[in-house]
Design a binder for this molecule. Structure first.
Ligand code: ADP
Length: 646
């Protein structure tokens, strides 16, 4: 009996006190384990990949720390991961001589869930019932807890590097785990690192077989840069058989690497479980020497919009892992995964010093250029594949349009846009090739969603002239368009700002007699504009006749010189203050506007005011904003609707 035995309620995250020996799992771990324990996953052999991956990470981390603290390296000089079985006890052990875990780390790491991918797995698994989610598990990679697919009891014995004490974590994967100090005899079996021992379920005894283990290691873990050995006893003597090639994958020649090996490496290094959409693998020689093995994921990773914007490319120096989140690539390439391994950066560099290291800066520059040129090649060679990639990461890549002036043109070359001409992705070069006679600018409309943009009245005058308009619905669009100088000598121009001069671009078709009618009512409409200006003195900075509108009665635009309507609205929301008062443009040939002009003749009337407000409110609604006063809007609308029904 252990003293101070305290049991936390199952499902409740444990708060560790020094003397506790029993802990409940965090609620999410308990949910995850329930799925693991009660399901028969067809891909359950991936538990071995997950445990080996953890062991390799632990070796990487110790190797890095030992550069500055060599005293941590007591015992074995060579890093390795060792598999062994006990056929009688029906156990499989996975041992590593890496960094190990302290008591507190065992509690934190093996009782809670840190990775967002696991949370996504839980959500996906719970949506489907029973066996449906089985095939998905390999995609999510549930880490350590996957061992409960094959084991009904698991023991983790761990010694933090440099520490005298060893702890034993034990769990049946049900409600929680026990944690004790290891006995002397147990401690002696772990000179350094961690041993995970699995008591295999009766239907999982295949994993006692050396051949089967060798097959799984070759399939998923061959790329691991440390030795993975199978340890057996023959005539009382220990025998080790190496199961993997144990050479860093990125140092091997491309022709010697299979697609599957790339994929497994991507999963290990990227912490992702799809397949790479693009693989970039080369060795740079010359002033600086380094290996690059980078991947673009096929599916947008869960942390893509993590506000810290941290990159996830692993930096190695001469095969030694330095850090997993060095900002070795710019933030707008943060979706890339993989490894950069330098021959020239000093090994003892600290993560902080990396930022000022000239070699790191040179690598950053060259690799960024290379990635952009590879993306361009893909865009030229495989349109569909590139467009998928752009759908996933375009919004992130576009951050580079204002963060990386040096490569803005290169980014413009690969950028793809939705436009008012159909549903296809369009390149700026396509846009420029389709300019209409007399068109001197690249027109754009920015807003919150593509659907809303497509319904914008401001587009009408452009459609009538066959002029294409870029539809920008990513938040980042509002920022790069204002700083971009243009593309191919053509400036970007918002269609919701200033007075648009479309007169130089001919209409696709002109209706007979339209001109005469225009002149006839021009005076009345001009008078109407004056009246509206007085009525909306607090709301608008101007009212004028529109060339943008064809089918709609009115729209709002921004005055010239300031931000356009899209950016103006964002700035208003951010500052909480009212922004620049917009301009109301009215369509002189629309019957509603003409009726309003009629109602405005003579002395002031409530009908005129109400109709004018309806006109302004509908222009607001078309921009995705609410009417100024929703209750009054409803009253006014009902008044005219009922009037029409009588
Ligand atoms: P992940 O590896 O994605 O973080 P896991 O559930 O597999 O998720 O592991 C959780 C954490 O437990 C790891 O991040 C690591 O800190 C720790 N851990 C797991 N296995 C080991 C090990 N063999 N040696 C050292 N730390 C480990």
């Amino acid at each position: 009996m252990t003293k101070n035995k305290t049991a936390d309620k199952p499902g409740k995250a444990s708060r560790a006190r020094a003397g506790d020996t029993r802990f409940g799992f965090q609620a999410e771990v308990a949910r995850l384990l329930q799925i693991m324990v009660h399901s028969v996953y067809s891909e359950r052999e991936i538990f071995l990949r997950e445990l080996i991956s953890n062991g390799a990470d632990a070796c990487d981390r110790l190797r890095y720390q030992a550069i500055t603290s060599p005293e941590l390296l007591t015992g074995d000089a060579e890093y390795s991961i060792t598999l062994s079985v006990d056929a009688e006890a029906k156990t499989l052990s996975i041992a590593d001589n890496g960094i190990g875990m302290s008591r507190a780390e065992l509690i934190d790491n093996l009782g809670t869930i840190a990775r967002s991918g696991t949370k996504a797995f839980l959500d996906a698994a719970e949506k489907k019932s029973g066996g449906d989610s089985l095939s998905a598990i390999g995609q999510f990679g549930v880490g350590f807890y996957s061992c409960f697919m094959v084991a009904d009891r698991v023991e983790v014995l761990s010694r933090k590097a440099g520490s005298k004490s060893v702890h034993m974590w034990r769990s049946d994967g049900a409600t929680g785990f026990e944690l004790d100090k290891a006995s002397r005899a147990q401690a002696d079996t772990v000179p350094r690192g961690t041993v995970v021992t699995l008591h295999l379920k009766s239907d999982a005894r295949d994993y006692l077989d050396e051949q089967e283990l060798a097959r799984i290691v070759r399939r998923y873990s061959d790329h691991i840069a440390f030795r993975i050995d199978f340890l057996s006893l023959k005539d009382g003597k220990e025998e080790r058989r190496q199961l993997n090639s144990a050479s860093a994958l990125w140092t091997r020649a491309r022709k010697d690497i299979t697609e599957d090996q790339y994929k497994e490496f991507y999963r290990h290094a990227g912490g992702l479980f799809d397949a790479p959409a693009l693989t970039i693998h080369y060795k740079a020689e010359g002033r600086h020497e380094y290996h690059v093995l980078l991947f673009v994921p096929a599916v947008a990773p869960f942390d893509l919009h993590d506000p810290s914007g941290k990159g996830r490319v692993r930096l190695y120096v001469r095969r030694v892992f330095i850090t997993g989140d060095a900002d070795i690539l710019p933030a707008y390439l943060r979706f890339m995964r993989g490894v950069i391994d330098s021959e020239d950066i000093p090994l003892n560099i600290s993560r902080e010093m990396l930022q000022n290291n000239p070699v790191a800066a040179a690598i950053r520059k060259a690799v960024t250029n290379r990635v952009l040129s590879e993306l361009k090649t893909l865009a030229e060679k495989d349109k569909d594949k590139f467009e998928d990639l752009w759908s996933n990461f375009g919004a992130v890549l576009k951050e580079g349009l204002y963060e990386d002036m040096e490569r803005r043109d290169a980014l413009f070359e690969i950028a793809r846009f939705r436009t008012s001409n159909g549903d296809a992705w369009r390149a700026l070069s396509d846009y420029v090739a389709g300019l209409k006679p007399g068109q001197t600018a690249i027109y754009y409309l920015a807003g919150e969603s593509l659907e809303q943009l497509r319904g914008s009245p401001q587009l009408e005058g452009f459609a009538a002239r066959g002029v294409e308009v870029l539809l920008l619905s990513d938040a980042v669009d509002n920022f790069w368009v204002t700083t971009a100088l243009g593309f191919d000598g053509k400036p970007f121009q918002s269609i919701t700002q200033g007075e648009t001069d479309l007169s130089a671009i001919p209409l696709l078709e002109t209706k007979e007699g339209e001109k005469g009618a225009d002149e006839k009512i021009a005076l009345e409409i001009a008078a109407l504009a004056g009246k509206l200006k007085t009525l909306f003195a607090d709301e608008l900075s101007d009212v004028r006749l529109s060339v943008r509108l064809v089918g709609s009665p009115a729209c709002l635009v921004a005055p010239a010189g300031g931000p356009d309507r899209g950016l103006g609205k964002i700035l208003e929301q951010q500052s909480g203050k009212g922004g620049v008062r917009p301009v109301l443009e009215i369509n002189p040939s629309h019957p509603l506007v003409q009726a309003l002009a009629e109602a405005g003749k003579g002395k002031a009337s409530a009908d005129f005011d109400d109709l004018a407000w309806l006109l302004l409110d509908q222009a607001r609604i078309l921009e995705g904003a609410p009417p100024r006063n929703p209750a009054k809007f409803a009253q006014r609308m009902n008044k005219f609707v009922l009037g029409g029904l009588k």
